[in-house]
Design a protein around this ligand. Structure first.
Ligand SMILES: Nc1nc2c(ncn2[C@@H]2O[C@H](COP(=O)(O)OP(=O)(O)O)[C@@H](O)[C@H]2O)c(=O)[nH]1
Ligand SMILES: [Mg+2]
Ligand SMILES: [Zn+2]
Length: 394
């Protein structure tokens, strides 16, 4: 692992100075009504918006951008940008020179596969047109995604929704002190992160709400579940605990996505890392008075100092696994390895004779908690695959 670290790039002092200047501008007392509105935390404040240099462009993306420009009309208007915020307004894009809102080009929703629409997600590197005299930009092309964190939205007629692209790590947030930590959620998040090539990190929040004994019990279970290769961090935003450990997981030049249920303490954690309240907390703005989620805001913030970027997203109640076999195999490699010796190729490791996985469990080589979790995830994936396509038998 440590992939994010390897990718980390030292920020140039010039870029940082520019970002700090922009931040200073953003924190100065607002003058007009519009600026006043823009300064309301969690609404439209440009504070903590990442600079273009915080979001490195890889070779494939640069080449795709150059190719696109080679065939674009008036290529001198094209800029390489990154989508850093998707909220109520138009996508917010940063480029080397500027930060502005941008709309999609007409006819942009071109199909990628059959009827899949490629709309920009937070984290996307894009080719954006900035015509002279225009405040708004126009996103003309989404450049190839290095990684893409997707989740299944809806049931049988659902679709894959990109929550964040070009993600290096996923901070799996679970709150302590509200009964036992839900291992099923941690496991699902782990599978989703590994499926998209991101490094998972488990962040247990609100440690101030439980005593030492509860903490030890929860920590043991989570560690046992995720195995020795996944970092588990205990935090309390209320007490400032564990913040440095989280920061270390998000080195400069990398992007982490924060994943957890509504109320898990994600925005509070981000505010604690930022040192001020940029993101709305308490879930108030996330719901209307019927208690429905209304905000679909996905917001990237740049951590202060020599650190990277974190994308906040609204809480996800469910994390369906649909076609995430690769992630499942990566999360439980020892089980997949052992299963190669099972007598039947389609062994479910439940009742079949000659099951090498259960033998390994009996011999103490496979942790029973991990096997139990694997079984439950694998079976729910079989169910979701059936639901999507009743003719497919896994
Ligand atoms: N005791 C305690 N409460 C916290 C902590 N972090 C967040 N909270 C509370 O948990 C609630 C939800 O937090 P929020 O950050 O909005 O969660 P989000 O929906 O995951 O973004 C708020 O009322 C916070 O004050 C913490 O470290 N300790
Ligand atoms: Mg939040
Ligand atoms: Zn088996």
């Amino acid at each position: 692992m440590g992939k994010a670290k390897a990718k980390a790039k030292k920020k140039t002092t010039g870029a940082r100075a520019k970002r700090d200047r922009r931040r200073k501008l953003a924190t100065e007392a607002p003058v007009s009504a519009e600026e006043l509105l823009a300064s309301v935390p969690g609404l439209d404040a440009l504070q903590d918006v990442p600079a273009f240099d915080d979001l490195p462009v890889d070779e494939t993306q640069q080449t795709a951008f150059d190719d696109f420009c080679a065939h674009a009309e008036e290529p001198e208007q094209m800029q390489l940008g990154a989508v850093v915020r998707l909220d109520r307004g138009f996508p917010l894009v940063v480029t080397a020179d500027d930060t502005f809102r941008a709309e999609h080009a007409v006819g942009f929703a071109k199909s990628r596969g059959e009827d899949e629409v490629l709309l920009p997600a937070v984290g996307d590197r894009v080719a954006v047109r900035r015509a002279p005299g225009h405040d708004m930009g126009v996103i003309e092309c989404v450049l190839p995604r290095r990684t893409s964190f997707e989740r299944w939205r809806g049931r049988a007629r659902g679709e894959r929704q990109v929550l964040c692209s070009n993600v290096d790590s996923v901070l799996i947030v679970q709150a302590l002190g509200a009964g036992e930590v839900l291992l099923d959620r941690v496991a699902r998040s782990l599978v989703l992160a590994l499926d998209c090539d991101a490094e998972p990190v488990v962040v247990l929040t609100k440690a101030d709400r439980c005593d030492a004994e509860e903490l030890e019990r929860d920590l043991d279970r989570v560690r046992r579940l995720v195995g020795p290769d996944v970092r588990v961090i205990v935090t309390s935003s209320a007490e400032g605990r564990g913040l440095d450990e989280v920061r270390i997981c998000v080195p400069a030049g990398s992007c982490a996505m924060i994943l957890g249920e509504s109320g898990a303490g994600k925005s509070t954690l981000l505010n604690a890392l930022l040192g001020h309240d940029t993101l709305a907390t308490g879930g108030v703005r996330e719901r209307d008075d019927q208690g429905r989620h209304t905000t679909v805001a996905r917001v990237m913030v740049a951590l202060p100092g020599d650190a990277g970027v974190i994308a906040d997203a609204p809480g996800l109640r469910s994390l369906p696994l649909v076609g995430h076999e690769r992630g499942l195999a990566r999360a439980f490699p020892e089980i997949v390895e052992a299963s190669r010796a099972c007598r039947f190729g389609d062994c479910t490791h439940t009742h079949e004779p000659g099951c090498a996985v259960r033998e390994a469990e009996d011999a103490g080589q496979i942790d029973s908690l991990r096997l139990e979790t694997f079984q439950s995830l694998a079976s729910s994936m079989r169910v979701s695959a059936q639901m999507l396509d009743p003719d497919v038998h896994l």
